[in-house]
Design a protein around this ligand. Structure first.
Ligand SMILES: [Zn+2]
Length: 464
């Protein structure tokens, strides 16, 4: 578990490594049992059993859900595979029954809309203790990208207790950083001015929103913009991160761009890249991660499957083998920083529409379209239309660019999309037509949600 420093790379080990070693040593009273490979795994097994005991004792949902599970049968943390999964719909249907404390002990409730218009929202409950753990993770994890005394602009919601902005600010204040929690970006031009006035060293936000700021700041030629080399680091979070966005931000601000992986269910924080930027080191003292295949079996390192998470220290509403819906893999090689903590590769985009033998993937379109200079955001709508008796698929692209830089982008977007093999194949076969590409009049970022392909179905006669 202790890191092996690789001199040739000259990269400090992630600060999470030492923190997790200290945490596991302080909480786990016993010596590693024979057959368990590391102190961390012994600790994780110990905490898993504590979580299972708590959940069965206090939560009506888990009492029933974990019926028949014998803790003696769990001899290594890998035996977690004997336990049933928890799905998003369980959170929506039985959220309150999953609580292990009285509602009076809940310090924060987050309501999340699930997919589907009629689906009930998920509600995730946290105690004060759970929220303190989150801030502590942010203190340790952020040390990889900011130094004490630096100024951090957070483009995530705040300031209510337990919001991501508030928890990041609390975590960073422990490091002696000044933090301004702005909320999501609604107008890139005005946020660029705020960043310049605040003299931010670091920016934390959604990938597309931070890209819009970088491209807007470059387009603003006067003193209210962000000067070159002003920004020392960027952390992208809240959605999957296209490589094209990382490259574009690096090119404009000349700074390292880090990825954070996490969601409300992981207690906001989940994992963060170190200076080597080779995947997110996971918060393994609080969370046990698995990657599973479509049949629910754990996959080895390097194979892509669904990210599944078990909370090890959560007291309000523990999650046991929670299926996140995210797709990613654990990285196989040792991180150049030397840490043995598990690393999660970049999460893949979830938005995929299958047409015949082909997949139309938003993440592929993101890589192609965000490469185009002056692009800020776009929304793809796939329309299944019935013309006379025949079915046809039409692709509509509404896009946002830097003001006054719209010229020629329609054609470039069309060319970029046609270069994607699946789209080219469908177009060449006459199964897909790019129907319209147009600059949007709508206000930017009015809905800062996870990106997805919109789908519509129409039956009337249309002009193609
Ligand atoms: Zn590392």
């Amino acid at each position: 578990m202790a890191g092996v420093f690789i001199e040739t790379m000259n990269i400090d080990i992630t600060p999470l490594d030492r923190w997790i070693v200290t945490r596991t040593a302080s909480r786990f009273p016993g010596e590693p049992t024979t057959g368990i490979t590391t102190q961390l795994e012994a600790y994780q097994l110990w905490m898993l059993k504590k979580t299972l005991t708590l959940a069965r004792e206090k939560s009506p949902f888990y009492r029933n859900h974990l019926k028949g599970i014998n803790l003696e049968d769990l001899r290594s943390v890998q035996d977690i595979r004997q336990l049933p999964f928890v799905f998003a719909r369980d959170l929506a249907d039985h959220g309150l029954q999953m609580l292990c404390v009285s509602q009076g002990e809940i310090a924060r409730v987050t309501t999340l809309q699930t997919s589907g218009t009629t689906a009930r929202p998920k509600r995730i409950f946290f105690t004060q203790h759970d929220m303190e753990n989150t801030a502590e993770f942010f203190t340790r994890g952020m040390a990889t990208l900011v130094k004490p005394g630096q100024r951090v602009m957070v483009l995530m919601p705040g300031p209510n207790f337990g919001s991501v902005g508030e928890r990041v600010k609390t975590g960073l204040s422990q490091m002696g950083c000044s933090t301004l929690v702005n909320g999501f970006v609604d107008n890139p031009g005005s946020v660029v001015k705020k960043i310049a006035a605040f003299r931010a060293d670091c920016i934390i936000g959604l990938p597309v929103q931070v890209l819009s700021l970088a491209r807007s700041s470059r387009a603003t030629a006067h003193g209210s913009s962000i000067s070159t080399n002003r920004i020392k680091s960027v952390l992208l979070t809240g959605d999957y991160v296209p490589l094209s966005i990382i490259r574009a931000i690096k090119e404009i601000w000349h700074c390292p761009v880090f990825i954070h992986y996490g969601m409300t269910e992981t207690g906001l924080g989940g994992g963060v890249e170190c200076r080597a930027q080779r995947g997110c080191h996971l918060r393994e003292a609080d969370l046990f991660f698995e990657i599973i295949d479509e049949n629910g079996y754990p996959l080895p390192l390097g194979q892509v499957g669904e990210v599944t998470v078990t909370t090890l220290t959560r007291t309000g509403m523990p999650l046991i083998r929670y299926r996140t819906g995210d797709r990613a893999c654990f990285l196989e090689d040792l991180c150049p920083c030397g840490s043995r903590l598990k690393r999660l590769d970049r999460v893949r985009g979830r938005s995929v529409v299958r047409l015949g033998s082909q997949e139309i993937r938003l993440d592929e379109m993101d890589e192609a379209v965000f490469k185009l200079d002056n692009m800020v955001d776009f929304q793809v709508t796939l329309v299944e239309a019935t013309v006379a008796t025949a079915g046809i698929h039409l692709l509509n692209v509404e896009f946002w660019s830097i003001p006054d830089k719209v010229q020629g982008l329609e054609r470039k977007i069309e060319q970029a999309l046609y270069k994607i093999p699946a789209i080219r194949h469908l177009m060449d076969q006459g199964e897909l037509t790019i129907n319209s590409i147009f600059a949007s009049n709508a206000k930017l970022f009015s809905r800062p949600i996870k990106r997805s392909i919109k789908q519509e179905r129409i039956k009337k006669k249309i002009n193609v």
